[in-house]
Structure formats: structure tokens, C-alpha cells
Design a protein. Structure first.
Length: 277
């Protein structure tokens, strides 16, 4: 009997994908969505910043946030990889907005003017332009500092765009060294890892989305051990749960118990030199 049938699932629940169906809205994730929604709803706050540790769910939260924005009110452009120059980032944004590839010979200021025309058009449609830079900690200080040029698109009484920076904790230090950007950030939020309670709810949620009738495959002691090993980081929880689900299937256990979690953790320690937890 194959794994899905064995566990009464329709699909695999712990794969490393950006599938928003599997998004678990913990208290922190709910707060992040609320604050980001407030930021763009106000349309006067210029910059916002969301940070979080690796694997805490920043990108999925960002994807859910943009998915929930009403297209008739907002035009959203996301730069998935921000490790480009400011001019290159402008080119990616412009191509998304008007469908035309950026002219390689066009200057930085020429691209800013072109973006201003796009933003004016979006504003005329009674929509608000939202620019999101994911993995923003990878931006150079120079590129990040040049984002202030985009605030010039806003005119007195007319606010054309909001910029959101999403990145790992080091983004806060990077921004802190750039007063021209730091002083423009009106909203900041740090996304924390899951609590023990939320970790159990997270595992149940993903199992139910994957088709399990109750989501009850991990008993409390197994959830607690998975939480200790992963420190409540969703990406690590996924990895531990995925491997434990497979181990318990091979061993023909009726649940993914503590013994499965411990076996997987010992194996990971041997192969990846994980610290004791």
C-alpha cells in the first residue's frame, strides 16, 4: 500500500512548496497579514518592512497577502529575488507593469520616469500600486538606498504607491544604516516561529488540507519533540514531519509517534551534524 493510501491522504502534506492552501494562520502570521493590509489600505505610509528568520513562512505569508488584495483596488508587483541592482529591479517592475522589456540603454532616471507614467496610469484606474521586494536582505546598500527615488512618484494629495520590504533579520540592520530609508518606514513587523500549541495546530492543518479527515496523526509527545527539534520553524517542521510520516509508513505504524520522530532526528544528526535537541 502506497503512502497516501496508507495515511488516508489525497496528496503529500509537507512538501516544500508555496501552495497557499497550506498556509497556517498562527497568531503571528495573522498579525502580519493585518498590519500589511493596514499599510496598503492607508495608502499614505510609503514603506513597510516584514522580517523573519529563515523558514518562518515570510514568502508564503507574502503570497497569501497579495492573493487576498482586491485586484480592482490594488496593482501588485513582486520582485522575487532582490539581489539585482536598482536599475535592474526597475526593469523587472516595468516589464510586469506595461509588458515591455526594459531598454538596456535607458538610464536609471529614465526608468524612474517610465515607472511614474505607469503609476499615474494605475492611479487613474483608481488602484494603488504596491511594490514588494522579497529577499530584500540581499539588496546592496546602494540599491536599497535608491528606493527613496520611488517616493518621488507620490504627489501632494496623491499617493501612487507603497513599497514593502520582506527579508531575513539582517535586513533590519541594513536598513538601520540607511537613514534615508529607515526614516521612511512607517510599519515594521517581525514574524516569529510557532509556539508549541501552534506547531501541533500547524501539523493538523496541513494534514487536513491534504485530505486526512481529522489531521490527528501525530500524538502530543511526537508534536512536542518535533517542536523541540525544529524550534517551531515551519520549514523545519515540514522536513521532520515529512520524513517521520514516511518512516512510520515503512514501519507500518498506526500513528507517527515519538519513535518515528526520534529515528528521523538521529538519522539527520548522522548525515547533517545537527546539534542535540
Amino acid at each position: 500500500m502506497e503512502l497516501l493510501e496508507y495515511w488516508n491522504l489525497q496528496e503529500r502534506p509537507f512538501e516544500p512548496t508555496w501552495d497557499t492552501r497550506f498556509f497556517f494562520q498562527s497568531r503571528d502570521h495573522d498579525e502580519a497579514l493585518s498590519r500589511l493590509s493596514f499599510l496598503v489600505g492607508e495608502q499614505t505610509m510609503l514603506f513597510g518592512m516584514m522580517t523573519g528568520e529563515i523558514g518562518c513562512g515570510k514568502t508564503l505569508t507574502r503570497a497569501v497577502f497579495t492573493q487576498r488584495l482586491e485586484p480592482r483596488r490594488f496593482c501588485v508587483v513582486t520582485v522575487e529575488n532582490s539581489s539585482f541592482t536598482f536599475t535592474e529591479c526597475l526593469g523587472l517592475i516595468l516589464e510586469e507593469l506595461d509588458g515591455n522589456p526594459a531598454d538596456a540603454l535607458q538610464t536609471k532616471y529614465g526608468r524612474v520616469e517610465r515607472l511614474k507614467k505607469c503609476a499615474t496610469r494605475v492611479h487613474a484606474e483608481q488602484r494603488h500600486l504596491v511594490l514588494i521586494f522579497d529577499e530584500a536582505q540581499e539588496m546592496t546598500a546602494a540599491a536599497l538606498n535608491e528606493l527613496k527615488l520611488l517616493t518621488n512618484l507620490n504627489q501632494p494629495g496623491k499617493h501612487y504607491l507603497t513599497i514593502i520590504l520582506v527579508g531575513q533579520p539582517e535586513l533590519r540592520q541594513l536598513v538601520g544604516r540607511l537613514p534615508a530609508i529607515n526614516q521612511r518606514i512607517s510599519l515594521r513587523f517581525h514574524l516569529n516561529s510557532l509556539s508549541l500549541e501552534d506547531s501541533g495546530n500547524y501539523l493538523r492543518h496541513r494534514l487536513k488540507v491534504a485530505g486526512h479527515p481529522t489531521g490527528e496523526l501525530f500524538p502530543p509527545d511526537a508534536v512536542e519533540r518535533a517542536f523541540q527539534i525544529s524550534l517551531g520553524t515551519p520549514r523545519e517542521l515540514n522536513r521532520i514531519a515529512k520524513l517521520s510520516l514516511e518512516y512510520a509508513w515503512v514501519k507500518e505504524f498506526d500513528q507517527v509517534g515519538l519513535n518515528a520522530i526520534e529515528a528521523v532526528f538521529r538519522d539527520l544528526q548522522r548525515h547533517q551534524n545537527l546539534p542535540k535537541a
